[in-house]
Ligand binder design. Structure first.
Ligand code: CP
Ligand code: NVA
Length: 325
């Protein structure tokens, strides 16, 4: 397989995703060994990866910066405000120039089409660090967290309650590709994109899982293994915050929804969270919550992606070299 960039979750097949999760788990174990004197990985030695963020970020920006450095590469954080991009230089010209200097681009932006343009103009791998449409690196970390909890995806179901947004889209596509059942419960008017749902349904059919999209949160939570939510107003939708709060209130991830889930269910949130809005404080901070492990897994999952796209390692090769995977 040759994956050139990670722009959409669908750039990865189900087996690619599972192999990357194996690599991520291996890199995680190696990182713990490092503190007790294990060898430092050099998968990105001599490579520079530019990080361009056109929206705010805590987890993604820091975990990519740390991840590139931990693999022996050089992270180059760039704010779009400091680039000529912020003064009107085209995306294509920016990509063409950066491609002469760096070996990879990690980009958070609005329209996903900007990433496609950067990838073709730069000729170097581009990694989606969140767009209006998708958040593939988040979905990889989420699946790693689910697999950590249950050991497998087969026969398990994840229920996402809230806005049919970028996070929901990537969960649908990645979950379906690895055989995890995905249920989305959304208020009327806030369904995930129909084309994404159709694609996820086709993947689910091929991988023995099921995709459900409904407005009934209680039914979607019944017997589920993972309860997941995200903010009601994403970055760029700040003006809609108040209107959305009224519509989304019945979709709060609270104790009543958790009570409907399986006995061993876990709770995830991509963060940042608003306690008392999309998630009750006692659920986010409660015993089922795995949100900080999930945030940590961003680092490990993204290192696996960087090793593949910028370091040229085959998915699963890192785990195989350690005798895992
Ligand atoms: N979950 C996530 O992407 O967080 P940041 O916006 O802080 O990067
Ligand atoms: N849906 C959210 C995710 C933040 C990590 C947003 O796009 O703002």
């Amino acid at each position: 397989m040759t994956v050139r960039s990670l722009i959409s979750t669908t750039d990865l097949s189900g087996p690619d995703i599972v192999a990357l999760l194996d690599d991520a788990a291996t890199l995680r174990a190696q990182r713990s060994a490092l503190t007790s004197g294990g060898p430092a990985p050099t998968l990105l030695a001599g490579r520079t990866v530019a990080l361009i963020f056109e929206k705010p970020s805590t987890r993604t920006r820091v975990s990519f910066e740390v991840g590139v450095a931990e693999l022996g590469g050089r992270p180059l954080p760039l704010s779009s405000a400091d680039l000529q991009l912020g003064r009107g230089e085209t995306v294509a010209d920016t990509g063409a120039v950066l491609g002469r200097y760096v070996q990879g681009l990690v980009v958070r932006t609005f329209a996903q089409a900007r990433l496609e343009e950067l990838a073709s103009a730069s000729g170097v791998p581009v990694i989606n660090a969140l767009t209006d449409e998708e958040h593939p690196c988040q979905a990889l970390a989420d699946l790693l967290t689910v697999r950590d909890a249950f050991g497998t995806f087969a026969g398990r179901t994840l229920t996402y309650v809230g806005d049919g947004n970028n996070v929901a889209h990537s969960l649908l596509l990645a979950g379906a590709a690895v055989g995890l059942g995905v249920r989305i419960a959304h208020p009327d008017g806030y369904a995930p994109d129909a084309a994404v749902v159709a694609r996820a349904r086709a993947l689910a059919e091929a991988h023995g899982s099921e995709v459900t999209v409904t407005t009934d949160a209680a039914a979607a939570a019944e017997g589920t293994h993972v309860l997941y939510t995200d903010v009601w107003a994403s970055m760029g939708q700040e003006a809609e915050q108040a209107a959305r709060a009224a519509v989304f209130a019945p979709y709060t991830l609270d104790g009543a929804l958790v009570a409907r889930a399986a006995d061993d269910a876990i709770v995830l949130h991509c963060l940042p969270a608003h306690r008392g809005e999309e998630i009750a404080a006692d659920v986010l901070d409660g015993p089922r919550s795995r949100v900080f492990d999930q945030a940590e897994n961003r680092l490990h999952a993204q290192k696996a992606v960087l090793a593949m796209l910028v370091g040229g390692s085959q998915p699963g090769a890192i785990a195989a070299a350690e005798g895992g995977g």
